[in-house]
Design a protein around this ligand. Sequence first.
Ligand SMILES: NC(=O)c1ccc[n+]([C@@H]2O[C@H](COP(=O)([O-])OP(=O)(O)OC[C@H]3O[C@@H](n4cnc5c(N)ncnc54)[C@H](OP(=O)(O)O)[C@@H]3O)[C@@H](O)[C@H]2O)c1
Length: 297
Amino acid sequence: MIAILGTGKMGEALLSGLLRAGRPPSAVVAAVRREERAAELRERYGVQAADATSAAKMADTLVLAVKPQDMGRLLDEIAPVVPAATLIISVAAGITTEFIGQRLPGQLPVVRVMSNTPVLVDEAMSVISAGAHAGEEHLRRAEELLSPVGKVLRIPESQQDAATALSGSGPAYVYYLVESMVDAGILLGMARGTALEMITQAVYGAAKMLRESGEHPVILREAVTSPGGTTISAIRELEKHGVRAAFLAAIEAARDRGRELGANLGEHSLREQSLGEQSLGEQSLGEQRLGEQRLGK
Ligand SMILES: NC(=O)c1ccc[n+]([C@@H]2O[C@H](COP(=O)([O-])OP(=O)(O)OC[C@H]3O[C@@H](n4cnc5c(N)ncnc54)[C@H](OP(=O)(O)O)[C@@H]3O)[C@@H](O)[C@H]2O)c1
């Protein structure tokens, strides 16, 4: 039995992926904290819905899909009931396997996942890392869970902040690029809708060629860059304006910000722990924003 603890956008995307991959609805339980959401999920997918503690008791795999700032509270809630040898798969940005392991009893295997928003169209890039007590079997089970909603790669946990900056935020850079190209279309007198349709298809086609041909992007670009032609005139301007250097600096800045926010989340949780139960419902706006920023909201 798999329990999805926190069935919001990400949790629901994973839930529907599991069912599409052939898992029976009776083998999945969705944990929610509002009855209307429970009814919605039961109706839409035919799965059981329960509170986090009841769901955690039933399952041998727990998928933690609450927002990063809710993670400490969720772990404290389920810690007394998690069965030994339960596999924990966390999709929360910035939360380390060590943090999760410390808040749960025993030495549970924890796998950390960083996915991205194309999970909603089954084209996610999910990178997974094993915690101290997770091995091959646990990574394989995480891959089984994530492959219906996109591609899965294994990386060391030390590279998770870099992955967040590359593939986690990656779609945002592409949208930014598309926005800029649409502006260029407007400058050239195109209708906005027409420009957007043309560029969206160009991006989609280019991504498909990259993936399906397996060619290096330089080779694909050179194939459309003829001597004295139009593309090379554009490339000269991109180089003149330092676009490549801007990407290097931007992605490095995203990685550094990820590290900073991760450290703050850890500190926040320690502070929360030392203040005890009393403070658990009193989260400052700043702390809520911290989690939201990590999601790129
Ligand atoms: N969305 C993405 O594409 C994406 C991409 C990469 C990573 N992630 C990660 O996925 C996680 C979830 O993000 P999201 O965008 O899916 O957020 P979301 O839509 O807000 O979903 C979180 C869900 O968790 C529920 N929840 C919180 N505490 C709970 C508890 N104690 N028991 C049961 N349910 C609980 C919330 O319930 P309420 O509805 O009652 O608030 C909400 O439905 C985050 O940690 C994020 O870092 C998301």
